[in-house]
Design a protein around this ligand. Structure first.
Ligand code: UD1
Ligand code: CA
Length: 424
């Protein structure tokens, strides 16, 4: 989108979270709260972004290195936070989207709709609103007889007539830049909270005959402002639901959505089935026609190729699994690279950490790892090799292609012509 910039308000202390971590960095469904919003803003195609920071600024900055930071010296409210960004917009012409870092559920399409409504109506300011059955805690939208927005009243300041209004301020606005910055300084301090409320600018603009618009989202789940740990769980639930629904739309079967946890940035192919009690972390790729779980934990950096079967109590981390492999019971594979059609017996463990480094285990095509084997990395198991049940394959004692090893430590099993096999 052209001629649109953005201010993200993230200076607030988030007192109600009762946490040592700055609110913007608190994770919702394993991603910092702020990142949902920055992803949506990038998705809208906005590149000029001012991140207003105050409490915990240094920590937030470290994580969001690519953003231009504006400092709010004293936390004097959302109005003052926007005012802190005034200089940053010197010389800029266009519209300014203002969003709050604690509303991570707003979708990029809704932000686009808000901007479009603002432009089509030729408004000075446009407010994103939603209708809630329980509007408590949110600013209420006051409209005149013609249905036009005239003011926003904060929950704490609402009288008993205003309190029952169901239409709320989601906390996202689109402003014409001049209208915003020539009026932001006119906001008066709210005596109850000793803060400058951004929401008061609507009344100021209206009184100067500016046109105020609104865009109402049908999906009220978008407006959850996270102010407490209870809000955090609610937001997490909504994000989880969205992730699972997107996967199901793309042809993935999720047998039980209640017990399945899948992070964002997970790719799963068509006709793969995810069984109950499975956890899949971010940056995992699973191809088509796989079966995962029940009770599987697939951790970050794992890539699973087509037609793989992963069963009960299997944990995989930073591991590549080739097509057609079977890893069906009680297994831990870390930093492993598996070729195709490998059978991993129940209870197989890769000892990938030696106390200092994480080491790699390579298992080549068609190998067979017997039950209860321990593979001490770094080690390679060759093509068509067999590791007998209960073996411990020690560090750097690679198993050659076609070789059978067994025992603790594992040794080669040679087949004698017309005689019993023996260990060598
Ligand atoms: C705000 C809105 C309210 C709306 C709700 C939606 C105001 C006055 N009220 O209320 O109408 O319904 O969001 O969730 O804006 N911030 C700063 N600096 C400050 C204070 C706050 O940057 O000095 C930031 C916060 O980090 C937050 C945002 O501004 O991202 C909103 O502040 P918050 O205190 O959470 O406002 P609410 O009471 O939730
Ligand atoms: Ca809030």
């Amino acid at each position: 989108m052209k001629n649109i910039a953005c201010i993200i308000l993230a200076a607030g202390r988030g007192t109600r979270m009762n946490s040592k971590t700055p609110k913007a960095l608190i994770e919702v469904h394993s991603k910092p709260m702020l990142e949902y919003l920055t992803d949506s803003i990038k998705d809208v195609g906005i590149s000029k972004i001012a991140l207003v920071l105050g409490y915990g600024a240094a920590e937030i900055k470290k994580r969001f290195k690519d953003f231009d930071v504006v400092h709010q010296d004293k936390l004097l409210g959302s109005g003052d936070a926007v005012n802190s960004a005034k200089k940053y917009f010197h010389g800029y012409k266009g519209d300014v989207l203002v969003v709050c870092s604690d509303t991570p559920l707003i979708k990029s399409q809704t932000l686009r709709d808000l901007i479009n409504a603002h432009r089509e109506g030729g408004y000075s300011a446009t407010v994103l609103t939603a209708a809630l059955t329980d509007p408590a805690g949110y600013g209420r939208i006051l409209r005149n007889e013609e249905g036009k927005v005239v003011r926003i009243v904060e929950d704490k300041d609402a009288d008993r007539y205003e309190e029952v209004i169901k239409e709320i301020n989601v906390g996202a606005y689109c402003f014409e830049k001049e209208a915003l910055f020539s009026n932001i300084g006119k906001i008066k301090v709210n005596k109850k909270k000793n803060e400058y409320y951004l929401t008061d600018i609507i009344d100021i603009l209206k009184k100067s005959n500016a046109k105020i618009g609104s865009f109402t989202t049908e999906d009220s789940s978008e407006c959850s402002g996270i102010n407490s740990r209870i809000g955090l769980v609610e937001a997490s639930r909504i994000i989880k639901k969205r992730i699972l629904e997107d996967l199901m739309k793309n042809g993935v079967t999720i047998v039980d959505t209640a017990s399945t946890f899948i992070d964002s940035n997970v790719k799963i192919g068509m006709d793969t089935v995810i069984h109950p009690h499975t956890i899949i972390e971010e940056n995992v790729e699973i191809a088509e026609d796989c079966s995962v779980g029940p009770y599987a934990h697939i951790r970050s950096g794992t890539k699973i190729a087509k037609g793989v079967e992963i069963g009960n109590f299997v944990e995989l981390v930073r591991t590549e699994v080739g097509a057609g492999c079977k890893i069906k019971h009680k297994t831990y594979l870390g930093d492993a690279v598996l070729g195709k059609n490998i059978n991993i017996g129940a209870g197989t463990i890769t000892a990938n950490y030696d106390g200092k480094n994480k080491n790699q285990t390579i298992i080549k095509d068609n190998a067979f790892i017997g039950v209860g084997s321990i593979l001490i990395a770094p080690v390679t198991i060759g093509k068509n090799a067999v590791v007998g049940a209960g073996s411990v394959v020690t560090k750097k004692h690679d198993v050659r292609d076609g070789e059978t090893v067994i025992g603790i430590p594992a040794r080669s099993l040679k087949k004698k012509k017309n005689g019993p096999s023996r260990l060598i």
